[in-house]
Design a protein around this ligand. Structure first.
Ligand SMILES: Nc1nc2c(ncn2[C@@H]2O[C@H](COP(=O)(O)OP(=O)(O)OP(=O)(O)O)[C@@H](O)[C@H]2O)c(=O)[nH]1
Length: 879
């Protein structure tokens, strides 16, 4: 498949000029007048048709591909990537850059519309395509060495000219009015990324619509040929000749055509010949009968006669059947590739010239055929029109009619061509194919005659037809395919620039995301691995501190109780001294004071145990903090909780009021404990127990071992007596025991004789002894009672723990408090740890997401660049 070359004047010529060896030439006439030339012209015309079809199909394919590419870009922009809109401006130090000297490469500062203050130095690689647009790619500056840059730029001037527009978008340009923000330093006035992306989306949608429009246009087979010329020059006759129909367009010796008449193949009207009288030219739709009225073709003459002048557009559309298709040279209207409509314009005069010139300028007019009478040459109006139209169309197709009536044909030809040379030099350059000297009347009248037998002028007309068809096709390529080709070329350049800039963004984002993952992921993994260890350590620390505090408290309490049991202070504390004995009369108060002091010493021992627990807890909390240092990443904020040991063991309400430690009521404040009993002073039961523990069982041995039993019996008596004296508080068992011992003893006849005095002596002695021992026995009694009470109770009345031994109760209480603090510290660390893991997890997840998205975008934009290349191939835009 041959690549499509842009329609430069040179290529026009080569594509439609028949292969006449020496054309163009004015003097040589060998290219007309021979059958061989006519055949060659036909073959060349066929080649042009094939070429046109090829170009059209390639272009249609390229439009299709562009539509897909743009639709994909639109979807990608909306769903997967916020496409950024780049601005490129020359870098201040552009000339000093290492790559600025390389052809096609220049340093630029890249910014994005949503982030105008953020700049990136890039190297723009601009390679001009043969359609004079740029193939653009971007790399981050400094550019890597690029030895393989190729360029087809002919000159430095050309490159400069191309460079002027290389930073800009043409099709996808957004009018962001960013001028101020781009140039004023520090002034940031930018749109959000999403807003830019939405604007771009609108632009893409508009471009998609335009592509669809271009696609329709490329496949639109209609081409319009405007036939104009001087009054009575033979325009209608020429059209009849081209249609091979005699007098289908009315002709007359006098000026006749007064309005634009468009002649169209009847195939476009279900093969029906008729006239459509257009109500409004711009609203005309052949499928909508409301936009026109119909008339029989035979009425055309009257309609032209009656018409008013100055119609600015064809108000008549005449559908005519084609000439017999068996003819060697069928009608020009319909040839399978292009449907040509011929527009018969009113003859030029001062009034109609402007209207006709405007009409000729219309986009749909592919070719202007100018008819001039060989006898009259160019009139003033004709010259004026050609001069004007020449600016618009460059090339005109000129038919010099009535050539049959000229005798000195060579002179006529020379004179006419000289005039054309002045009026339209470009047309003159291609005169062999654009200027035709013919006898239209003969062809119009003589259609159906065998072509092969025709004379020179027949061949000239045949040559005219082929040239006209070629010319229509070439111009059609320019008017129908050219815009599409240009549009796609620029669109591809824009998409490429967009892809290149967004690739850079995606690349940067991917690098940043990967760096972030590399920084955060190992930390996260380490934390995840260490989580179990941390948990174990925290539990271990909590248990260790709690157990240690419990054990030590229990031990301290037990020892304290033992000391109290011996009548000593549980712990020496400030202000804790046992009172001195005030004498028998003050024994009761003494016992009360001793009790208070002993209980207070126990309270003090408790407070010492609490202090010990505070110390243990402090150490435990420090261990938890150390665990935090080990397990938490350095950038995680450490706990802001300050451990205040003094706040331990303090009811919350008191803690709120003051920082002073309070023991609460303590043992000394418990009324049931401080109450003094008789037994605190005379603990006869204790003495009995003591005696019993010293003397083996009395009742079991009394009968067998009398002396010993007698002695023992005396002692028992004394004890029994004391027991009775203190019966009020001794308890029933002791009283009964005393009576029994005493009865046993008295019932013995041997002892009855001496019992009285002995009992008296013993009793007196015992009483004396007890009284004498009171200063020492009271603290012991009191202490013992306290010990015994606190061995079976917690000392806290009316609590659930009332029956828990004091030491255990305190151990439990202290350890509970320690656990509370340790748990709080551990909870704090756990929370920080969890939050840190979660935060890092989110960072990793987000970064992985960005990395994935950026990788996909990179692949996508890379693929866009490949697709652009393929479309360039399709459309024939080679770099
Ligand atoms: N001999 C000869 N007569 C021609 C030729 N072309 C046109 N005529 C005659 O010239 C006269 C005018 O031709 P038209 O075709 O009506 O001219 P026109 O340019 O359409 O006229 P208006 O539309 O009225 O300006 C007719 O009588 C034609 O037969 C030709 O090539 N040779």
């Amino acid at each position: 498949m041959q690549p499509f070359h842009p329609p430069t004047p040179q290529s026009y010529r080569s594509s439609y000029i028949p292969s006449t060896p020496d054309s163009p030439t004015v003097e040589k006439e060998s290219h007309i007048g021979t059958t061989v030339d006519a055949r060659q012209a036909r073959e060349t015309a066929d080649g042009v048709v094939r070429d046109y079809e090829e170009k059209r199909d390639r272009l249609a394919k390229a439009i299709d591909s562009s539509l897909y590419l743009l639709s994909d870009l639109k979807n990608f922009n909306g769903e997967q990537w916020t496409v950024r809109y780049p601005h490129l401006k020359p870098t201040e130090h552009a000339e000093t850059g290492p790559s600025s000297s390389r052809p096609g490469m220049s340093r630029r500062t890249l910014t994005f519309a949503d982030e105008p203050a953020h700049t990136t130095d890039v190297v723009l690689n601009s390679t001009p395509t043969i359609r004079r647009t740029l193939k653009r790619s971007l790399t981050l500056a400094p550019a890597p060495p690029c030895e393989t840059v190729t360029t087809v730029v002919q000159s430095v001037e050309e490159l400069k000219r191309l460079d002027e527009n290389e930073d800009d978008f043409s099709i996808l340009r957004l009018n962001l009015n960013m001028g101020v923000a781009r140039h004023a330093k520090g002034l940031i006035s930018h749109l959000e990324k999403s807003s830019i992306s939405a604007l771009l989306d609108n632009r893409i949608t508009a471009s998609l619509d335009h592509l669809s429009h271009l696609q329709k246009r490329v496949y639109d087979a209609q081409s319009r040929v405007l036939v104009t010329g001087d009054l009575n020059a033979g325009k209608s006759t020429l059209i009849n000749a081209l249609l091979r129909r005699d007098e289908v367009m009315p002709t007359d010796q006098q000026p006749l055509t007064t309005r634009f008449v468009e002649v169209v193949s009847a195939k476009e009207n279900e093969d029906k010949e008729e006239i459509h009288i257009l109500k409004q030219a711009d609203k005309y739709d052949p499928k909508d009968s409301a936009t026109y009225s119909t008339e029989d073709v035979s009425k055309l003459y009257e309609m032209l006669i009656d018409a008013e002048d100055d119609a600015s557009s064809p108000s008549l559309r005449v559908f005519l059947k084609e000439a017999d298709s068996n003819l060697a040279n069928p009608s020009i209207l319909h040839n399978g590739v292009v449907d040509i409509s011929l527009i018969d314009a009113p003859g030029l005069n001062r009034d109609s010239i402007k209207t006709t010139a405007n009409f000729a300028r219309q986009e749909e007019i592919d070719v202007v055929v100018f008819v001039v009478s060989a006898a009259n040459h160019f009139t003033l109006s004709a010259k004026e029109f050609i001069w004007q139209a020449g600016h618009e169309k460059a090339h005109l197709f000129i038919v010099v009619n009535r050539f049959d009536q000229i005798k000195d044909k060579a002179r006529c030809r020379r004179l006419v061509l000289e005039q054309i040379k002045q009026l339209s030099p470009k047309t003159y350059e291609d005169a062999a194919d654009l200027v035709h000297f013919v006898d239209s009347a003969k062809v119009a009248l003589g259609y159906g005659e065998a072509e092969s037998e025709g004379d020179e002028l027949d061949d000239a007309f045949s040559h005219l037809e082929h040239s006209l068809r070629s010319f229509v096709l070439v111009n059609r390529a320019k008017s129908k395919l050219g815009p599409a080709q240009n549009y796609i070329t620029h669109l591809l350049a824009d998409v490429e620039l967009l892809a290149a800039a967004n690739s850079l963004v995606a690349g940067k984002e991917r690098v940043a995301a990967r760096d972030e993952i590399a920084r955060v992921k190992p930390v996260l993994e380490k934390m995840k691995k260490g989580k179990e260890g941390l948990e174990e350590s925290l539990v271990g620390e909590e248990e260790a501190a709690t157990d240690k505090a419990a054990g030590r408290t229990k031990l301290a309490m037990e020892r304290g109780l033992e000391r109290v049991g011996r009548g000593e202070l549980a712990a020496p504390g400030p202000g804790l001294t046992l009172p001195s004995y005030p004498g028998l009369l003050g024994a009761w108060d003494y016992a009360a004071e001793v009790k208070r002091i002993l209980l207070a010493s126990l309270d003090f021992a408790v407070s010492l145990a609490e202090d010990d627990a505070r110390k243990l807890t402090s150490e435990g909390v420090d261990e938890v903090i150390k665990l935090g240092d080990t397990h938490l990443p350095a950038d995680v904020e450490r706990t802001n909780r300050k451990f205040n040991p003094q706040a331990m063991f303090t009811p919350r309400a008191i803690r709120r009021q003051s920082s002073v430690t309070s023991l609460g009521l303590g043992l000394a404040g418990q009324s049931q404990l401080v109450e003094v009993n008789v037994t605190d002073i005379f603990d006869l039961q204790h003495h009995i127990h003591l005696a019993r523990s010293v003397i083996p069982s009395t009742s079991a041995t009394s009968h067998e071992l009398v002396p010993f039993s007698t002695e023992v019996g005396a002692a028992s008596l004394a004890v029994g007596a004391f027991s009775m004296i203190s019966g009020k508080t001794l308890g029933l068992r002791a009283v009964v025991e005393g009576i029994v011992h005493f009865s046993d003893f008295v019932s013995n006849p041997a002892t009855r004789k001496w019992i009285g005095p002995i009992v008296g002596v013993f009793t007196a002695g015992a009483i004396a002894y007890v009284v004498y021992e009171l200063p020492r026995s009271i603290p012991k009694n009191v202490g013992r009672h306290i010990q015994s009470t606190l061995t079976t109770s917690s000392g806290q009345a009316q609590t659930d723990d009332a029956s828990t031994p004091f030491a255990e109760y305190q151990a439990a209480r202290v350890s509970k408090e320690v656990r509370k603090v340790m748990r709080l510290a551990a909870w704090d660390l756990r929370e920080r740890f969890r939050a840190a893991v979660e935060a890092r997890g989110e960072v990793v997840k987000a970064s992985e997401e960005i990395e994935k998205k950026a990788t996909k975008a990179l692949e996508w934009f890379d693929n866009v660049e490949k697709r652009v290349e393929i479309i360039r191939e399709e459309v024939g835009i080679k770099v």
